[in-house]
Design a protein around this ligand. Structure first.
Ligand SMILES: NC(=O)c1ccc[n+]([C@@H]2O[C@H](COP(=O)([O-])OP(=O)(O)OC[C@H]3O[C@@H](n4cnc5c(N)ncnc54)[C@H](OP(=O)(O)O)[C@@H]3O)[C@@H](O)[C@H]2O)c1
Length: 354
């Protein structure tokens, strides 16, 4: 590895996440990168990608497994520990970043960059109506907020060092992944597939106002490109960027198009908690796996219902200003309607849904 100056070694922390997994898929297309994927589950190493199974909540395990990785030039941090409250997210998510950086940074003399995955929680988007469009320069809100604590840690640690940091702030991230707490594409795909199985129309399950509010998404592939760009373009050193598809939408326009993709009728929205009503659907899922000869994914692995309830509760505008990344040189965009349909098509090809 790193046999010449142009070679780079990425340590992708959170390699099985909806963000980490798609980042690795992108890095594999770039011949100058060697890739080390880190998470508890590990993965099947092949070619330029190798996986390490590490529990980042355990400082000793992190040190044992990571402190020998002298070749790492870039850390892409996209690990995440879910917790029931915003306050409880802080301790484990800060600890994982600290444990990763403390193990690698002193050991890797060629470290050039640490990329931090954040989100609109920096702007308080999860708390209620927030200022839109949210800008990178907006003031922080009252803590606790793990994204901000993670950025503060990196900013402090970077002082006087040769490496730089960048922070990426996507909206809801959509792409292929399984067994993830925050996976909107899976929520919609499995909800629609089950509606079809039960002979029901596709009803928007969110708050009435959420059907009409203005929001945006971030394609995981687009985010991967932006992440590598920000980590390797000197202009982006020590900067944060909103990364968005570049278009806005309302569910009231998109929902009927999603229904049409699944060959379903729509019916008027009806607010319900997916976390509650989908709790008894494991039997239905298992029957669908048998009947449609789907890949053998457990119901747990395709269940992000709590996240679905969260996203569909946003009865306020939910978008950020994406122009800073463009001003700094990143000009890619994704059409959100096509993005959803492409992901559903991919899920069908992989036999995740009928
Ligand atoms: N998903 C979204 O829509 C979205 C939107 C905006 C911002 N974000 C932010 O982006 C970041 C990543 O989110 P994500 O949705 O990609 O997360 P995710 O799908 O839940 O992935 C988290 C990753 O962290 C790994 N991980 C969890 N605990 C670990 C531990 N103790 N040690 C080692 N690895 C561990 C998981 O793999 P193992 O289970 O194998 O350990 C997985 O690879 C978060 O900060 C999140 O807030 C996400």
């Amino acid at each position: 590895m790193n046999d010449n100056a142009s070679r780079k070694t990425a340590l992708v922390v959170g390699a099985n996440g909806v963000i980490g997994r798609n980042l690795i898929d992108h890095l594999v297309t770039l011949p100058e990168w060697d890739i080390i994927g880190v998470s508890r589950r590990g993965g099947q190493s092949s070619g330029r990608v190798r996986y390490l199974s590490v529990d980042l909540l355990d400082p000793a395990d992190s040190f044992d497994k990571l402190s020998g990785l002298k070749e790492v030039t870039h850390i892409f941090y996209a690990a995440y520990q879910d917790r029931p409250t915003w306050a409880e997210l802080v301790a484990p998510n800060l600890a994982m970043l600290v444990n990763a950086v403390e193990a690698i940074e002193p050991a890797a003399p060629g470290l050039r960059h640490i990329s931090l995955m954040q989100g609109y929680k920096v702007y308080g988007a999860h708390l209620g109506p927030f200022k839109t469009p949210a800008r990178e320069t907006d003031a922080h809100h009252m803590p606790p907020e793990f994204n901000v604590d993670q950025q503060n840690f990196l900013e402090k640690r970077q002082k006087g060092k040769d490496w730089t940091w960048s922070a990426l702030r996507p909206s809801v991230v959509c792409g292929f992944a399984l067994g993830n707490p925050m996976n909107l594409a899976i929520v919609i795909a499995v909800y629609a597939s089950m509606s079809k199985e039960l002979g029901l129309p596709l009803r928007f399950p969110g708050k009435p106002g959420a059907y009409h509010s203005l929001l945006e998404m971030t394609d995981a592939g687009l985010l991967a490109k932006a992440t590598v760009w920000a980590a390797t373009d000197e202009r982006c050193a020590n900067q944060a960027f909103n990364i968005t598809n570049g278009d806005l939408f309302r569910w009231n326009e998109l929902w009927p198009k999603i229904a049409a993709y699944f060959e379903l009728e729509t019916a008027p929205p009806l607010q319900l908690s997916l976390d509650t009503v989908m709790a008894d659907k494991e039997g239905l899922w298992n029957a669908m796996v048998d009947k449609h000869r789907l890949a053998n994914n457990s119901y747990k692995d395709v269940s992000s219902w709590r996240f679905g309830d969260f996203v569909f509760s946003w009865d306020y505008d939910f978008f950020a200003d994406g122009t800073k990344a463009r001003r700094f040189g990143f000009h890619e965009f994704v059409d959100t309607e096509s993005m959803f349909l492409d992901i559903f098509e991919d899920l069908r090809k992989r036999r995740v849904i009928p």
